[in-house]
Design a protein around this ligand. Structure first.
Ligand code: CA
Length: 231
């Protein structure tokens, strides 16, 4: 279904200070038809973003000067662009923090360039799927999802959801009162082709609840199973 030409001309900003790694990423993305710009630090990356918003960003968390988490915060404050994090750290803290702050996915160093490219494609696919197939709206309780406009309102007030949160809420709302295991949610929302830990589900549910305000209780934890949306 998705050939390399699907990604032809899509622009990726790679924020990475280590030149050999940046060039390796560039080479592998360009082979798939992506257009790649490299930036070696946060300030330069942010000024490039202001001038020309790419279709996605690959962001190394270990950078000189402004750290990756700080850069992500600044990106999220202004732009709705997919971000895939690259982390060298052994602990999960930064990656989880990154997901909480709205990154779409992450890979840990050392990673295979193929894996990174696969994740970037998966991010586009999730976004593309939503755009192409979703129409109409879903309304349950005080929550209204406008699928074609990709907007969510809670009692008329707009909630700002990431792509993953949107897809997660859509799936749960479309299947109200049905319990989903974390594995099933990973399959349906993140896709089979990538590895994401169960923790990503919990992180995104938590974040989604905080964005649903007084309707947050509809996202129920089903003990020993996973989650369901109470319709
Ligand atoms: Ca680095």
């Amino acid at each position: 279904m998705e050939g390399p030409q699907n990604f032809k001309g899509m622009r990726i900003l790679v924020v990475e200070d280590e030149d050999d790694i940046a060039q390796l990423i560039r080479f592998n993305l360009e082979e798939e038809g992506f257009l790649v710009t490299i930036s070696g630090n946060g300030l330069d990356a942010l000024s490039k973003l202001e001038r020309n918003l790419p279709d996605a960003i690959i962001l190394d968390l270990m950078l000189p000067g402004m750290g990756g988490v700080e850069i992500l915060k600044k990106i999220r404050a202004k732009f709705d662009v997919p971000v895939v994090l690259v982390t060298a750290r052994a602990g999960e803290t930064d990656a989880v923090l990154g997901l909480e702050m709205g990154a779409d996915d992450y890979v840990r160093k050392p990673f295979s360039p193929r894996e990174l490219v696969a994740r970037v494609k998966a991010v586009f696919r999730r976004k593309g799927t939503l755009r192409e197939t979703a129409t109409g709206s879903i309304e349950r309780g005080g929550i209204e999802m406008d699928l074609s406009a990709h907007r969510v309102r809670v009692h008329g007030k707009e909630a700002d959801l990431t792509l993953i949160e949107f897809k997660l809420l859509q799936l749960l709302m479309e299947n109200s009162d049905m319990a989903f295991t974390r594995d099933r949610l990973l399959d349906r929302v993140w896709g089979r082709e990538i590895y994401v830990s169960d923790r990503a589900v919990d992180v995104n549910i938590k974040r989604l609840r905080s964005k649903l305000g007084e309707e947050k209780e509809r996202l129920e934890t089903v003990r020993g199973v996973g989650y369901r949306f109470r319709g």
